[in-house]
Design a protein. Structure first.
Length: 89
C-alpha cells in the first residue's frame, strides 16, 4: 500500500502506483515514453556507472555496506529522477 515506506514513496510521495484508474492512465501515458528501452539505453553506458561508482565510493573505505539502503535504493531512485528529468539532489 502507499503507507509502506519504499524508495518510490519516499522519493515521489503518494504516487501513480496507488492512484485512481483514470488518473493512473493519464500519468502513465506521459511517463511511459521516458521508460521505454530505447530511452533508458542512452543512460546505461554513462549515467549508471557514474552513479554506481559515486555510491560505492561512499562506503568503499568501510569495506562493507548495507547493499539495499546504501546502493540499490539510491541507485534506482537517482536513475528514476534522472530519466524523469528531476533534480538528483
Amino acid at each position: 500500500t502507499a503507507d509502506i515506506p519504499g524508495p518510490l514513496n519516499r522519493t515521489l510521495g503518494r504516487n501513480m502506483m496507488h492512484a485512481p484508474r483514470d488518473y493512473h492512465r493519464r500519468l502513465r501515458a506521459m511517463i511511459e515514453p521516458l521508460l521505454r528501452p530505447a530511452a533508458i539505453k542512452r543512460h546505461a553506458d554513462e549515467t549508471i556507472p557514474r552513479l554506481a561508482n559515486d555510491l560505492i565510493d561512499a562506503f568503499r573505505d568501510r569495506g562493507e555496506a548495507e547493499i539495499i539502503a546504501e546502493f540499490a535504493e539510491p541507485l534506482s531512485v537517482r536513475m528514476l529522477k534522472r530519466v524523469l528529468g528531476m533534480p538528483e539532489g
